[in-house]
Design a protein around this ligand. Structure first.
Ligand code: PEP
Ligand code: MN
Length: 362
């Protein structure tokens, strides 16, 4: 006869190795009923391996919902009893680690706002010493692989054997397409540095909205990620945190059914080649260029408005010469030819002038 503890341990080992590993559940545990209902509806999909729920929520501003705290832990225990799910919560302090372990949380995760802070990561690491609980480490908010690696190292040095990575995107100022830009090349680089660690993708916090979850999840699977963490809620619009990105358990099932798990003709190893990494970098740089061009156009628009108010002509030759001479000087240092710079500025400048003309004529 196996003890319950042994059964859970065996299950944990098997789940940790399962591919794809699917983690889902609400951004935050809100009420006992919400946690239990979410768990049961997720169990009914037959697609989820680990139930997640935020118990302590690190919020950007004070006064927002900061999580129900330790009183939510027995709800997760109950959910586990009802559905058989393993459970995972975010921890950011020694006390939270102790509370989570007291209530049999199976897997802990370190959030993006904690990974950035070596003091907090060390505190969590020290609290984990001597336990054998698996830990998932989210990428830090800022695109810094050293911080991410540093967190992995601190947790590993505390003796934690099972460590996984969660890629949840990076904050970039003024980005509107994503809540957190995926910057795939960074996650790929991290995976290359740590081939033995599992890499989970979190489309929910990358997208910040529902309609692009599938696209990001598919991209992750195409890049041979080991699994997905996706937030789900019984009534997403009414969620107490991250309402706009959560989906119902039933929608989660549809999404998982729609994903193409293995693309034929594509050897997953190919995706890890240098060529693919470089392509990802090009895509990322192109995205950034596009954003900068958009910003440039906005400034040109302001200039257009100013000129209109002050009756100044649109095209001033002296200014144009100044722009191009300046670009030649800068471009020279960057290895850009005069021919390229002229072509580029012709295009950008014409676009600005057309923009300004529209404003003057309006
Ligand atoms: C979360 O998973 O709900 C969360 C707070 O995530 P992150 O740390 O990625 O922002
Ligand atoms: Mn969330």
């Amino acid at each position: 006869m196996q003890t319950t503890e042994q059964v859970t341990k065996d299950k944990l080992l098997a789940t940790w190795d399962k591919r794809p590993l699917i983690i889902s559940g609400p951004c935050s545990a809100e009420t006992e009923e919400q946690v239990l209902q979410t768990a049961q509806r997720l169990a009914a999909t037959g697609r989820v391996d680990i139930l997640r729920a935020g118990i302590w929520k690190p919020r950007t501003k004070p006064g927002m919902f900061e999580g129900v705290g330790a009183k939510g832990l027995p709800w997760l225990q109950q959910a586990k009893k009802l559905t058989g799910f393993l459970t995972t919560v975010e921890v950011a302090s020694a006390k939270q680690v102790q509370d989570a372990l007291t209530f049999d949380v199976d897997v802990l995760w370190i959030g993006a706002r904690t990974t950035v802070n070596p003091f907090s990561v060390q505190e969590v690491a020290d609290a984990l010493r001597g336990t054998d609980v698996p830990v998932l480490i989210k990428n830090p908010i800022n695109p810094d692989l050293e911080l991410w690696s540093g967190a992995v190292e601190r947790i590993a040095r505390a003796g934690v054997k099972k460590i996984g990575l969660i890629h949840r995107g990076f904050h970039t100022y003024g980005n509107t397409e994503y809540r957190n830009a995926p910057m795939w090349h960074l996650a790929i680089e991290m995976k290359l540095r740590n081939p033995e660690l599992m890499m989970i993708n979190d489309p929910s916090h990358i997208c910040g909205r529902r309609d692009t979850l599938l696209e990001v999840a598919q991209q992750a699977i195409d890049l041979d990620y080991d699994g997905l963490m996706i937030e789900s809620h019984i009534d997403p619009d009414k969620a107490w945190s991250d309402a706009s990105q959560q989906i119902t358990p039933e929608r989660l099932k549809e999404l998982l059914d729609t994903i193409i798990w293995r693309k034929e003709n594509i050897n997953s190893e190919e995706y890890r080649t240098a060529l693919e990494r470089l392509r990802q970098q090009i895509n990322q740089l192109d995205d950034e260029l596009m954003q900068i061009l958009g910003k440039r156009m906005k400034v040109a628009e302001q200039i257009g408005n100013y000129k209109r108010q002050n009756n100044i002509t649109i095209l001033q030759t002296s200014r144009w010469n100044e722009i191009i001479e300046r670009a030649f000087r800068k471009g020279d240092k960057l290895g850009l030819s005069k021919e390229f710079i002229t072509k580029y500025f012709d295009a950008v400048h014409m676009e600005s002038i057309n923009h300004q003309k529209k404003i003057m004529d309006s």
